[in-house]
Design a protein around this ligand. Structure first.
Ligand code: NAD
Ligand code: GLY
Length: 368
């Protein structure tokens, strides 16, 4: 049986960019109908990776499509792989009205989206995310990129897909670690909910507390609801600030610290979500020491992160190297550190000019 619902993203003053995120169970079987409805394409180039292809090659049936199967891994999100996508698009005679399809996690989504944004000065693309992280974050909102050896996502664009098809059935083959990396981004939405300025009050924090068993066991209705809430919250932010001139930065709660953790551990020890979970703990500690929040909320934040066992044991970092790594991140402005810090229950504030001693203390001892 298929079940689905839709979140629409409607970028302010850009109605031509409006698109639907279709969220459901077993909906990939309707993919050809969705492609007909939402695109003008006669031909498709589907970009995926070896892991996803091996799991789903029997299931994913797309009319008039060629498939490009990339190697699996963040280390392949680079210019060499990008060229392979261009080569395959040329080989498949993809024309302006045709379409690229990203079928995979955030790596496949980001690189395929970037290829689509530049090939023939821009062709349509569709996101079919297969990880939780991609469903709640990377496939939504139009950030597309590749990495440079000097840093992650340094070359990219804002380029919205024609639609996103999130079939939660794909999540059933994710291992626990990959599920948890997505859950870290999910929990992030609980802490920024009120700053997303959506009309609906989800009390997502309470939802996550009440539904842990159903969430980790991938109960269909609960996960559809969860992905829907995350996408709705993200849509509210992206619609008002597509290109991150300001408020979109709140989606990076915990990420200033996380990017340094990932860089210092050479992207090999922790998943992105594990680093984000650690970064959110550091953000709570820093906000508490700056008296932006009270102890109760700082503890409640940590408790939710721990309930889902997202952060693990945070290593002892060299604080100077950590500060240097944060300063190298592309999100710094005029070489100034910028943090997204909690300043009330489920609200965050974009904060600069933070006392360095307090930053160091939150890095060295993030525990409350
Ligand atoms: P990923 O794409 O590397 O996928 C994680 C692993 O899961 C990979 O080994 C992949 O092959 C495997 N996998 C994918 N789907 C599967 C399935 N259904 N069953 C079993 N295994 C499956 O990583 P990710 O966590 O999805 O995404 C991380 C990437 O997303 C990073 O490159 C990051 O920079 C990017 N990102 C982008 C945004 C954005 O807004 N564009 C936001 C967050 C992260
Ligand atoms: N993942 C952060 C953003 O889309 O802005």
């Amino acid at each position: 049986m298929t079940q689905s619902n839709i979140v629409t993203i409607n970028i302010a003053q850009k109605p031509e960019k409006k698109y639907d995120i279709i969220i459901g169970s077993n909906i990939q079987q309707n993919l050809n109908a969705y492609l007909q409805k939402y695109t003008t394409a006669k031909k498709f180039l589907v970009v995926t990776n070896e892991t996803v292809w091996n799991l789903y090659k029997e299931k994913i049936k797309i009319d008039n499509a060629k498939f490009l199967i990339l190697k699996d891994g963040e280390e392949f999100k680079n210019i060499e792989t990008l060229k392979k996508i261009y080569d395959a698009a040329i080989e498949s005679q993809i024309e302006r009205k045709d379409c690229l399809i990203a079928f995979g996690g955030g790596v496949v989504g980001d690189i395929t989206g970037f290829a689509a944004s530049t090939y023939l000065r821009g062709v349509d693309f569709v996101q079919i995310p297969t990880t939780l992280l991609a469903m709640v974050d990377s496939a939504v909102g139009g950030k597309v990129a590749i990495n440079h050896e000097k840093g992650k996502n340094l070359i990219g664009a804002f380029y919205q897909p024609k639609f996103v098809l999130s079939d939660i059935e794909f999540l059933k083959t994710l291992d626990t670690r990959q599920l948890k990396t997505g859950l870290a981004e999910v929990v992030k939405y609980a802490f920024i909910e009120k700053s997303c300025a959506c009309e609906l009050n989800y009390r997502f924090f309470d939802f996550l507390h009440a539904n842990k068993e159903k969430i980790v066991n991938l109960d269909t209705n609960t996960i559809i609801r969860l992905v829907n809430i995350c996408c709705t919250l993200k849509a509210c932010v992206v619609e008002k600030d597509e290109t991150e001139k300001g408020q979109r930065a709140i989606l990076n709660f915990g990420h200033t610290f996380a990017h340094a953790i990932e860089a210092l551990t050479h992207y090999t020890i922790f998943t992105h979500g594990e680093a984000v979970a650690m970064g959110m703990k550091m953000a709570f500690k820093l906000a508490l020491s700056l008296k932006m929040i009270d102890k109760d909320y700082a503890y409640a934040g940590n408790e939710l992160i721990d309930k889902y066992e997202l952060a693990g044991t945070i290593p002892k970092f060299d604080s100077q190297k950590f500060l240097d790594a944060m300063l190298l991140d592309k999100k710094t402005e005029s070489h100034k550190l910028r943090f997204i810090l909690p300043d009330a229950d489920f609200k965050v504030k974009i904060t600069t000019d933070v006392n360095e001693t307090k930053i160091i203390s939150s890095i060295i001892n993030p525990n409350l």
